[in-house]
Design a protein around this ligand. Sequence first.
Ligand code: AMP
Length: 379
Amino acid sequence: MSLHGHIIPPGATLGVLGGGQLGRMFAMAARRLGYRIHIFCPEADSPAAPVADRTFVAPYEDLEQVEAFARSVDVVTFEFENVPSATSEACARVVPVRPEGRVLHITQQRLREKTFLQAHGFPVTPFRAIHSLADLQSATRDLGLPGVLKTASFGYDGKGQRTLRSASEISEAFTGLGGAEGIYEAFVDFAQEVSVVGARTLDGQFAAFPVFENVHANHILDVTVCPARIPAAVETAARDLSRGILETLEVIGLLTVELFVSRDGRLIVNELAPRTHNSGHLTLDACITCQFEQQVRAVCGLPLGSTELKSPAAMANLLGDVWKDGPPRWERALSNPRLKLHLYGKTSARPGRKMGHITATAETPEAAITAVRQARSSL
Ligand code: AMP
């Protein structure tokens, strides 16, 4: 079978489920390569719409519209994984969906995801499914306290998540699940959080970006730096884990592995995302190929691009909170000529909402972190 037959060449139309900033930056990368972009999302004023050739605005459950969308494109990919299985299945009846709905199904539910990882020998923190108060009581006895109780589905940026420190919190925390299925995880006393964005093509090419080191604030990613300040052996092990997971899941496209690094240098997988990732935004300014172009290449069957880091870099998220005292003073941040500003075109700046990010390249990771923190506080 000739490889050429699998290629979706520039000029073709790529479909994206989801219209957030990841879809926007994917569309921009795809356009640069000469592709057309159609997006499908429930919101009329999504960040991706202004840079897409066409937007289908409908609920994900509207399978007639989903099918019309699928008929208008040559391949479908994602920027948001919490779309119903029926949506990706409806697309898959018409065009290739990359990664496949099967990957989405596993990664959109924490219990399925951790069960899959554990079954294939990938390291995860011990966990239990929570359906009742009795389940939570026995889970905290078995796995100990502290521990983290999360909703099994639809959680992100710490939503639907709570750390339990004493037995007196158990009953209230269970009530907090509001009847949703939960997962209780043994607490990981990590030294660092890192992530690996990996890409894989239909013919088995694989490429991982250098490991990103992530710092969170209020459960939301705050700053990413690359290279991660971890030993070379841990860097290699993290990239090998990424490869193992993408190959086991037979991902065609991108998948991000979020990891904890324990104090003794062990890696523990926290979460998978079958797409580009906030921690990979610095690749736009610091790598030969950015994560969005890599997603285009992977889903279109093109050779993967070099993931080489051109310079140490750091990225800081700009949340809606930055707007609280009025319009940010962009000129102050940009007075550092190595600083890059990315805004997602969102009009309402709610606290905690991801509005944009800034990236700085510098001589060292530490200098890059200092640069983005200074630039952000000058706004
Ligand atoms: P998640 O929504 O699973 O990505 O979790 C958000 C953040 O909560 C992570 O980035 C960690 O900082 C923290 N966290 C999640 N799970 C655990 C755990 N089992 N032990 C310690 N911290 C955790």
